[in-house]
Design a protein around this ligand. Sequence first.
Ligand code: F6P
Length: 320
Amino acid sequence: MKKIAILTSGGDAPGMNAAVRAAGKFALNTDLEVYGIKRGYLGMLNDEIFKISSQDLGGIIDRGGTSLLTARCPEFKDPKIRAIAAENLKKRGIDGLIVIGGDGSFHGADLLSKEHGIKVIGIPGTIDNDIAGTDYTIGFDTCLNTILDAIQKVRDTATSHERTILIEVMGRNAGDLALYASMAGGGDGILIPEQDNPIEVLAYQIQQRRRRGKLHDIILVAEGVGSAHTVAEELKKKVHTDVRIVVLGHVQRGGTPSGFDRVLGTKMGAKAVQLLLEEKGCLMIGIEGNQIVTHPIEYAWEGQRRNHMEDYELTQVLSK
Ligand code: F6P
């Protein structure tokens, strides 16, 4: 392997820059030539590919977002489009690619590898923490802390007005952000896509709390369950408390990456280059039991995600 490229794809996540930096620096310290691809697969298609120098990697480790820019690229599902994009790598002699993103981005990487023989390593970068084969994705920890900060502020006003406030957090298919924000933020209830928790139960829990003298509630709603607005409308029919909503939205994706996300991004970035130097491809990197591990890339969507049932039960008990 002589030349490799790095891209970030899908939703940005704090800590992606640490992975780009580590992969880039590690590779430049070997004899590899390193390229950056702007705007993910869209940039690969549009030939927005540039040679990375160490200057491009300075001053980014503490920055949220991604210095390589990112985009969603639905066109990449078309094999003809992938062929054009692959040609843009091949004409430069690039035969190794590091893809930092979520499972949609890994799907694209897998196809690129199978169809065009490019060696690809996936690094899980998404705030959602919805990828199998890793306990944590880059960006999850920072996002969790952003939500905790919001909970603390919302609680001040919820207690003052004795209200029920629903906080909608991101997580299309996974409730990890809602679950762990509730656990760490002392939430009073959660709605997540993995668990059927009918509104009736939530309403009953709120009423029980009122009987015990607790006059406010903070409920975490993962967006995968539906909008907090709809949930609030349903809830209002069943309880007599004042119900309000907060939709945190893209605030959750920004901010200075936490130490954890920087370390995770750094370790994964370096590992990706090591794997390419060993001529390995079609792999994803993860962290399991505090160890950096690798799996076939398909494991991201075919494997079993860590079971959160115990943690879910715990938050249910503690929110009583
Ligand atoms: O990156 C994952 C994610 O943050 C999801 O939680 C959310 O549903 C989605 O991205 C939002 O994407 P976009 O910014 O493209 O609207």
